[in-house]
Ligand binder design. Structure first.
Ligand code: GDP
Ligand code: MG
Length: 668
């Protein structure tokens, strides 16, 4: 029998960490809420079946779109077993969901995660006692390091949960009576009817919709009315769901006091002190900028550039020579030789030389995410985001967007307010993704050799500033309530090297893959277009089809500083993928025949033109793979077209301003 095991738990409790351990996958782990926004499926390493990672939730009643994923999953009822990951250091809050899962009646295993953190806090948890009280296995684990995960796996073996006793919490006779009545009404349901009844009383929207579709609900509604009226007499301030939650809370407190002993807290006092500095009203943001600057500095000067240079000289030196010789020896047609040497190796190689920078940058970003610092940054950004009509929660998609805009746009699902969610989707494509970083690395390296880190930092800051301005503008047109951002500051920890390496790989992998597939194909196309023209093949490059097409566009971008057909060619392919700008330039400037790409570029652009070009590239149209994602997440073709259009106009305007202010200031 193949099993389907589902992971449930509050946000940020280590579900994805366990998922990666048990399936050998590399899903993204972040030390904050809202990272996993849709379910992920993996195969268990022990071949028992599949494991499903669900977004974190506090209760089964959904507040936001990603939360309804878990409730709907439960209703489909296809899984064989639930693993509930609870944060051992936050049992009071985590067990609320646990009770709802236990009531569902399917086999449950509780993974008591973060026992290391609990221990630090001075908590001693008697997991066997907990297990006895809840009638399910409770297994202490540390998902981050894999400790105890094997035990979870063996508890999943078929048959191990056969004798699980049904968990039943008594909600008092009024509610129990209502449950019984509903039970009778729901008699045709295959699902656990007690659970359905309780969820219905809790007014869980997913369950209400589900039932409404399946049966006539007037009688059930009147049952709810009756209980609610009756309970109002007892206490006018409490709703039915609040009654239920209170009962649960009392029960949870009872079992916690029976199974957990807390000694004097040993929370390090440096943590609060550090928080006072890093989340300081005035110091917080400059501090973050300094940290970013240092990261860029190390990325470029210490590690990235030297490695890139090595790679570059390898690609343009030995690799080109050897391949050339080999092709000659094999007697390959000169045409094919040209495609391979001047198209593929020059173009794709031109992109791949930036792999070191990208890995190093994402290594550091993963580091600050996992350490707990990024959640603090979201807190300080909250104040700024509020001015823009959003809140700190929207900062998370933006930061994810620095890796690649697509997962960033998807991460917006964790935002409850539809309006805020939509605005976040509209502005996330402005974030400087890893693909744009290749162009920045290339240009800043050539034109701003000594200020590379500063120039790239300025572009990242610009993307956030412009995004905030646009959010403000959009929010004027979309009236709605503004939600509050309740941050939980996760504990600081020394980042785990495996988590960081996985995170880095996760973010950078797509880049390598794209370079060797999509970019490769695109480069060959560009090369062909630059090889053929109206007058036949092997034409001079400025008489090729490519040049003719781009010459038509060049005058439009003239006023913002780079009206050559070569520059325009980069903008066209940049719409397909931003790193294609680099590969296109490698082909185009190679064909123009003025030495290396660096030499060709430095005579083709002035520093001011180069900066204006980077600004344009930063902001103009999201790349083609982002477009269907915007459409799916925003659910509208119009808004998708709008995003493409507005970002184009925005890019033009901002570049225009930058270029002309630069000229006024006396730059070339
Ligand atoms: P999810 O939101 O439930 O999927 O949680 P993640 O797997 O993304 O993990 C959230 C954070 O908790 C990450 O920073 C993990 O490295 C960290 N984490 C996960 N398990 C443990 C654990 O057992 N101990 C500690 N100290 N941290 C953990
Ligand atoms: Mg997760």
């Amino acid at each position: 029998m193949t099993m389907e095991v589902a992971l449930f738990g509050n946000p940020n409790t280590g579900k994805t960490s366990l998922f990666n351990m048990l399936t050998g996958s590399c899903e993204f782990i972040g030390n904050w809420n809202g990272v996993t926004v849709e379910k992920k499926i993996g195969h268990l390493k022990n071949h028992l079946g599949t494991l499903v990672d669900l977004p974190g939730i506090y209760a089964l009643s959904p507040l936001s779109k990603d939360e309804s994923v878990a409730a709907s999953f439960l209703l489909k009822n296809t899984f064989t077993m639930a693993v509930n990951i609870v944060d051992a250091s936050q049992l009071l809050r985590n067990f609320q969901l646990t009770i709802e899962l236990l009531e569902f009646g399917k086999p449950v295993i509780i993974g008591l995660n973060m026992v290391d953190v609990a221990k630090h806090k001075g908590m001693i948890i008697d997991h066997e006692k907990l297990s006895g009280l809840l009638h399910v296995p409770v297994i202490p684990i540390v998902a981050r390091t894999g400790r105890g995960c094997r035990l979870i796996q063996s508890a999943m073996e078929p048959g191990s949960s056969d004798n699980q006793e049904y968990f039943k919490l008594n909600y008092g006779h009024v509610i129990e009576k209502a449950i019984q009545k509903l039970n009778v009404l729901f008699e045709n349901e295959k699902m656990d009817r007690r659970w359905l009844a309780i969820q219905y009383l809790l007014n869980n929207q997913v369950v209400v919709d589900y039932l409404n579709k399946r049966m006539e609900m007037t009688e059930a509604e009147s049952v709810v009315h009756d209980v609610s009226d009756y309970l109002k007499i007892k206490n006018p301030h409490l709703t039915v769901s609040q009654w239920i939650r209170q009962k649960r809370k009392a029960y949870i407190e009872e079992i916690i006091s029976a199974a957990v002993q807390t000694q004097a807290s040993s929370k390090p006092d440096w943590s609060d002190k550090l928080d006072m500095i890093v989340t300081h009203k005035i110091l917080g943001i400059p501090l973050f900028l300094i940290i970013l600057y240092l990261i860029f500095h190390v990325t470029f000067y210490w590690i990235g550039n030297p490695l890139s240079d090595l790679l570059n000289s390898f690609f343009s030196g030995p690799l080109t020579d050897w391949t050339g010789k080999a092709l000659e020896w094999l007697g390959v047609m000169p045409f094919i030789r040209d495609v391979i040497l001047n198209g593929i190796i020059a173009g794709v190689g031109g992109v791949l030389v930036f792999v070191p920078q990208i890995f190093v940058l994402f290594f550091f970003i993963s580091w600050i995410e996992d350490s707990g610092y990024m959640a603090r940054v979201a807190l300080i950004m909250d104040r700024i985001m509020q001015l823009a009509g959003l809140n700190g929660k929207a900062f998370i998609p933006l930061v994810i967007g620095f890796g690649c805009n697509i997962p960033g746009i998807m991460a917006a699902r964790s935002i409850e307010q539809p309006r805020e969610r939509l605005i976040t989707i509209l502005i996330t494509p402005l974030m400087s993704c890893s693909a744009r970083l290749t162009v920045f690395s290339l240009f800043a390296g050539i034109f701003f050799t000594h200020y590379q880190a500063l120039v790239v930092l300025s572009l990242y800051v610009l993307s956030i500033v412009i995004a905030m301005i646009m959010a403000r503008v959009f929010s004027l047109f979309m009236k709605n309530e503004q939600s509050v951002f309740v941050v939980e500051l996760p504990p600081y920890h020394i980042p785990d090297i495996r988590t960081i390496l996985r995170g880095t790989w996760e973010k950078a992998r797509g880049f390598v893959k794209k370079a060797t597939t999509f970019i490769l194909g695109g480069t060959v196309m560009i090369w062909l277009l630059s090889y053929a023209g109206p007058e036949g093949i092997h034409v001079r490059i400025d008489q090729s089809y490519l040049a003719l097409i781009c010459m038509a566009i060049a005058p439009i971008v003239g006023p913002i500083g780079f009206g050559t057909w070569q520059a325009a060619s980069g903008l066209i392919t940049g719409f397909l993928a931003k790193e294609a700008v680099v590969s296109t330039f490698a082909v185009v400037y190679h064909g123009t025949g003025s030495g290396t790409l660096t030499q060709a570029l430095s005579s083709a652009f002035t520093p001011l033109q180069a900066y204006s070009f980077m600004v344009f590239l930063l902001l103009y149209t999201p790349c083609i793979s982002t477009v269907p994602n915007i459409k799916r997440e925003a659910g509208s073709v119009k808004l998708t077209l709008f995003t493409i259009g507005y970002s184009m106009l925005l890019a033009y305007t901002v570049s225009f301003v930058v270029f002309h202010i630069g000229r006024l200031l006396g730059f070339q």
